[in-house]
Structures are given as structure tokens and as C-alpha cells.
Design a binder for this molecule. Structure first.
Ligand code: FA5
Length: 345
């Protein structure tokens, strides 16, 4: 009996210390097997109980069961502590801080002409205009004939044209949209149409073969040049963020009567005269006028009842003025050193 108790005490003395000393889960599992396992030290002690007297057996049995429970509890506690330490170690190793900013990414940004188009569209929408889209490949009818420019008319020479095989034409201006708008929507009408236009033109600092226009058209009862001037001045104020001095002067386009040209005071020299405004102090910005009755008729509108104004503005030149860009060709140069100056993000 005393032998057995001595063995139990020895196991207790050694094993409890070893549980605490187990450095990892594998070592702890080995210890568990070596003490409490089927062939473990405590198990084999228990097997010896059968040779004892009933009283000794009860006393030694209780003692060894107490130890078994104590050991099992100590092992379970140690296991939980080791598992927790393992989780902490792996969190430490694969540390993720979701509040850290990500690596910088190279974002693109709208081309300055596109940004200006969007701004203009928004500006006119805020004045109650509808924004329309139309084809870049036009028919001769919409680009010229319906605009009071028959094929024999010398005004055709004002816009040198890219003709396509089969009779189509790369639109030379956005004015064809006047007819499409009137035909599609009738009167009263308040629309703008923006987009690319094309001319067979020699390039220089203010001329491109591919550029952008915004066409405006208002048709209603009692529309006058005063409305035209008011809308164009509101547009200039919107674009430049302050009132801009402008003037209307007579001009000629077959699809308006009277025909006018809007100039505004040169933003670079404030009207004093500089190379950009060719010393005049004024910059020519858009053709405009009162819609010719023939054009209203081509659009299916009663020219006795309704009048209208129209304008066609060069968006590239407006953008040049806003940012003091000296040469229109920079826009299509693809030169990122130029374009990245317009990165606002
Ligand atoms: C026209 O295109 C007429 N359709 C404008 C119009 C509309 C008049 C409605 C009356 C009523 P013009 O050819 O002048 O007109 O061109 C209008 C504007 O486009 C010019 O004032 C200028 O700002 C711009 N523009 C013309 N040619 C070029 C070019 N080659 N490169 C860049 N911008 C140009």
C-alpha cells in the first residue's frame, strides 16, 4: 500500500511541474499520454489497486482519482493557455491594420476638354436646357441643306469638309443638331448638343482638324437677341466664375438672320491687347443669331408663331481661355506633362 501511495506522490510531484513546463501543445499531448494514457504512469498505478485490501484500495483509489482529476485540469488549463499564445503569435506575425492607408494608386482623370464639356452640360441643365447627343457622321442634309446651305451656296466653302465614301460627312459643326432637335421635340424648345466636329483644316495655334463645339437652341414665342445675350453671358460667368465683358457684332451664317458673333474681353490681357487676342483686346468665341425662318420650317416649326436663337461655341478655345493655354494642339498631343496639370483629384 505505502509503495503505491509513494508512486502516486512521485507522479504528482513530477507531472504537475512538467505540465507547467510544457513549451508547446505537442509536448503537452505527449505528457498527457505518458501519465493519463492507457499505458501511462498513473493508469498503471491504478491497475495495481486490485492487489490491495478493500480499505487500502478505497483510500489509494480516492487518492489516485483526485490526482487524475487534478492532472487533467492542469493539462486542460495549460492547453488553453498554449492555444491562446499560439493565436496571439500568429496574429502578431500576420498583423493587419485596416486603418492604414493602402498603397498609392495611379488614378486617371478626365481630359480638360471632356471636363469642360461636362461642366457646360451641367451649367445649361441648371438653366433648364435639355442635353442632346447626335451622330458624328452626318448626312449632307442635316449638316448643310436643312441649314439653308444648298450645294451651290458659297457658304459651303466656309467649312472645308471630310466627305465619306457613300455620301456621309464628318459633321463640320454641331448645328445639324438644331434640325434634329426641332424634328424630334417640336416647339417650345431649349436644348444644347455637345461633341466632336471635324474640318479639313491646316492646324495652327488656334485651329485643329478635330475640335469640339456646343450648340444651343431656344425656340419659343417672343424669343429675341436679348435672350441670346443673357444666356451667353450667364454661361461665361459660370465658366469664369465672375461676370465677363462681352459684345455681339454682326456676322454671317446662312442659318441665322441676323447673324452675330460673340466676342469677350481677352482674359489674358484684360482687354489691353496681347498676342493671344492679336492686339484687339477681344476674343472671338462663338457664332450665333436668330434662327432663320427657313431653318425653323425645315425643323417642322411654325415660323410665324415662333422665333428662336442659336449659337455654336468652340469648347477647345473656351478651355484655352480659361487656363491660358497658348496652343490648341496641346490638347490632342497626348503629352502627359501637359495633361497632368489638369489632375484635380
Ligand atoms: C459654326 O460652326 C456655326 N455652326 C456656329 C453657329 C451656330 C452660328 C449657330 C450661328 C448659329 P464657326 O465656323 O465660326 O461657326 O465655328 C464656331 C466656333 O468653333 C468658333 O467660334 C471657334 O470657337 C470654333 N472653331 C471653329 N473652327 C475651329 C478650329 N479649326 N479649331 C478650333 N476651334 C474652331
Amino acid at each position: 500500500m505505502s509503495d503505491l501511495l509513494a508512486q502516486i506522490e512521485e507522479i504528482e510531484g513530477a507531472a504537475l511541474g512538467q505540465v507547467q513546463a510544457s513549451a508547446d501543445l505537442d509536448a503537452l499531448r505527449d505528457l498527457e499520454v505518458a501519465t493519463l494514457g492507457r499505458k501511462g504512469s498513473l493508469t498503471s498505478v491504478l491497475r495495481g489497486l486490485k492487489d490491495l485490501s478493500p480499505d487500502d484500495r478505497r483510500a489509494a483509489g480516492q487518492r489516485s482519482n483526485d490526482l487524475k482529476r487534478k492532472l487533467q485540469e492542469a493539462i486542460d488549463r495549460r492547453r488553453a493557455a498554449l492555444e491562446e499564445a499560439e493565436v496571439q503569435a500568429s496574429l502578431e506575425k500576420d498583423r493587419l491594420d485596416p486603418t492604414q492607408p493602402g498603397p498609392p494608386r495611379a488614378y486617371g482623370h478626365p481630359h480638360p476638354i471632356l471636363a469642360m464639356q461636362r461642366e457646360l452640360a451641367q451649367l445649361f441643365e441648371s438653366m433648364g436646357f435639355t442635353v442632346m447627343d447626335g451622330p458624328e457622321v452626318e448626312t449632307e442634309y442635316y449638316n448643310f441643306e436643312a441649314l439653308n446651305i444648298p450645294s451651290w451656296h458659297p457658304a459651303r466653302d466656309m467649312q472645308d469638309t471630310f466627305w465619306l465614301k457613300g455620301g456621309g460627312v464628318l459633321r463640320t459643326h454641331t448645328s445639324g443638331m438644331q434640325i434634329r432637335a426641332m424634328q424630334e421635340r417640336g416647339a417650345p424648345l431649349r436644348v444644347v448638343a455637345l461633341g466632336r466636329v471635324f474640318r479639313n483644316e491646316d492646324q495652327d495655334a488656334s485651329h485643329e482638324h478635330t475640335f469640339h463645339q456646343i450648340e444651343g437652341l431656344v425656340v419659343d414665342e417672343g424669343i429675341s437677341v436679348a435672350h441670346l445675350k443673357g444666356v451667353l453671358d450667364a454661361m461665361l460667368q459660370g465658366v469664369f466664375g465672375e461676370p465677363v465683358t462681352s459684345r455681339l457684332r454682326p456676322s454671317y451664317f446662312p442659318f441665322v438672320e441676323p447673324g452675330l458673333e460673340l466676342d469677350f474681353e481677352c482674359r489674358i490681357c484684360k482687354g489691353k491687347g496681347c498676342p493671344t487676342c492679336k492686339g484687339t483686346g477681344w476674343v472671338e468665341m462663338c457664332g450665333c443669331g436668330m434662327v432663320h425662318p427657313n431653318v425653323l420650317k425645315a425643323g417642322g416649326i411654325d415660323s410665324e408663331r415662333y422665333t428662336g436663337f442659336a449659337f455654336g461655341l468652340g469648347i477647345d478655345r473656351l478651355t484655352m481661355m480659361r487656363y491660358a493655354v497658348p496652343d490648341i494642339r496641346l490638347f490632342m498631343s497626348g503629352d502627359l506633362r501637359f495633361l497632368e496639370q489638369f489632375h484635380t483629384g
